[in-house]
Design a protein around this ligand. Structure first.
Ligand code: AMP
Length: 509
């Protein structure tokens, strides 16, 4: 290898954020903070409390709730085995008891996954070994049997299959059950915000790590007013943020009674026109006919318009519920558009479904999706519970706000301290402390700069004022404050200067 090539080799690798993930940087993060702060305020005005579930959970939780056939679970989850060390069974009489105690403890604490293998070995075989150990006064005779049983425990793994959460409703339901929240005053109203992970094809508005702000209402009632209030809350949140071009689409997708009948009817109708459909829709006739309604293919639109509509096939209860939700929305002054083609991708939805779109997002224009999911808590082993919720795509919400010019301008400093000389440095440090305590954003350069350079720097950072501290200012006890916008200068003692800054900040904000 030539010397040049060796040098090239040595050059350390430059890392980049993984495809589909990105860094959120200032000043954009100020907008993220404003959006999140507004969510905290609006949601708590509606009586919602924040929940922060973990970012990874047992894979099975998502398989069972979101549905193992969905794209999310079957293709898009980041799944890994969390610590796959095997337990080392010790088939030595005398230490077996200690080994079994350890297994039992690890199982109880969940470190050995409570899955099929765990259940079989720990719950069933354990007892056999235990009986044998206890009963075997003549330990020699049972030794081989015990040895064989104990070696079965080799199949036990520590840890288990876990996945980065692709959404948070499953976690909220899991937490509702785990913390016996059905004993709290109902309904329980929770909201969350944070990153979600789906291995989708990245594009504008679609990332592999993206952020959702969502809320869930869980409890014994499915009163239509609950659906309407949840929707009213999202709309108020968007309104507070001045999101532009907001459109709410509403539908009911029926329940376990009426939907399967409708799906069959839809399938039969689709089969009649199969030849006219594209390959994706043809496949979906078998797998999930409802998804055909989602199709954006121009050539299919005419056919889809003639298909039977779910609203005409809802059972009596679902039809009444849907009508009441609409009435409730009208009472709240929430404007919606009925969209019979709105179906949701996740398995657990039923009855009310809605989607909110906003402007400036191109094809990925959905900023919020939500709906009712009665029965999901039960499916996860909890008590019969009704539920409704939504998830807002925060990345898209931010994009839309930026596109419509609602993003706040870069936040500049209130004061840049231009100091020269050792004595002035000490005063500058004290001044910075006092000003920061008083709530001003202050930049204190770490090394001395010529005044000209310092003022140039202050300008670049968008500082409103420069506080000039040199020998004269320190000995006189009068500080010079320069307003950068108009170049005006004032000489003031410290307390008057703080007061002056306070007044000028109040005027500008
Ligand atoms: P879902 O959980 O699929 O109902 O999605 C709810 C909302 O999350 C959507 O309306 C989007 O705004 C947002 N969202 C879903 N997937 C992504 C993604 N990969 N990247 C960015 N936002 C997403």
């Amino acid at each position: 290898m030539s010397e040049g090539a060796a040098k090239k080799e040595e050059k350390p690798r430059k890392f980049q954020a993984i495809r589909g993930t990105r860094d959120l940087l200032p000043p954009e993060t100020a907008l993220w903070n404003r959006v999140e702060q507004t969510a905290h305020e609006v949601f708590s005005n509606f009586g919602f409390g924040e929940i922060r579930p973990p970012i990874f959970e047992a894979t099975e939780l998502f398989a069972r709730s979101v549905g193992s056939e969905t794209d999310i679970v079957s293709k898009e989850m980041y799944t890994f085995v969390d610590r796959s060390e095997k337990l080392e069974p010790q088939p030595v009489i005398g230490s077996m008891d200690v080994f079994l105690q350890r297994v039992k403890q690890l199982y109880k604490s969940g470190e050995i996954p409570q899955d099929e293998i765990g259940l079989e070995l720990v719950e069933k075989q354990w007892r056999k070994v235990d009986d044998l150990l206890k009963g075997a006064s003549n330990i020699e005779s049972g030794a081989i049997e015990i040895y064989e049983l104990i070696m079965l425990f080799e199949a036990l793994r520590l840890g288990g299959d876990v996945s980065l959460r692709p959404e948070a409703t499953a976690s909220v339901c899991r937490a509702y059950i785990e913390h016996n929240m059905q004993q709290l005053p109902q309904p329980v109203k929770l909201y969350y915000m944070g990153p979600m992970f789906r291995r989708e094809r990245p594009q504008k508005g679609r990332y592999r790590q993206f952020y959702q702000i969502g809320a869930e209402v869980l409890g014994g009632s499915d009163a239509p007013a609950i659906d309407a209030e949840v929707i009213e809350m999202v709309m108020m949140f968007f309104d507070r943020l001045e999101l532009q071009g907001v459109r709410l689409d509403l539908n009911s997708i029926g329940c376990r009674e009426c939907r399967p009948k409708y799906v069959e009817l839809l399938r039969a109708e689709l089969l009649k026109v199969k030849d006219k459909l594209g390959p994706d829709s043809q496949r979906r006739i078998e797998t999930n006919p409802l998804r055909v309604l989602d199709s954006k293919l121009e050539s299919e639109q005419g056919i889809i318009a003639t298909l039977p509509r779910i609203a005409d096939h809802l059972c009596e209860d679902c039809a009444a519920h849907y009508a009441a939700v609409k009435h409730q929305l009208e009472m709240r002054g929430v404007i919606y558009r009925e969209n019979w083609r709105l179906v949701r991708g996740l398995d657990y939805y039923m009855r009310t479904t809605f989607e909110i779109t906003a402007q400036g997002l191109g094809s990925q224009n959905a900023v919020c999706g939500g709906g009712r999911y009665d029965g999901l808590v039960e499916l996860l082993g909890g008590p019969p519970t009704k539920g409704i919720g939504f998830a807002i795509g925060e990345d898209r919400l931010i994009l839309s706000l930026q596109e419509s010019g609602k993003a706040p301008a870069q936040q500049g400093r209130d004061v840049y301290i231009a100091w020269m000389g050792e004595r002035a440095h000490a005063t500058a440090i004290r001044a910075a402390k006092d000003l920061r305590k008083a709530g001003f954003s202050v930049e204190l350069p770490p090394v001395e700069q010529k005044f000209g350079k310092a003022l140039g720097q202050a300008d670049k950072l968008g500082a409103k004022h420069a506080l000039i501290l040199g020998d004269n200012e320190v000995s006189e006890g009068l500080w010079t404050l320069k307003t950068l916008a108009d170049g005006s200068q004032l000489k003031l003692p410290e307390p008057a200067l703080i007061e002056h800054l306070r007044k000028s900040k109040a005027v500008s904000s």
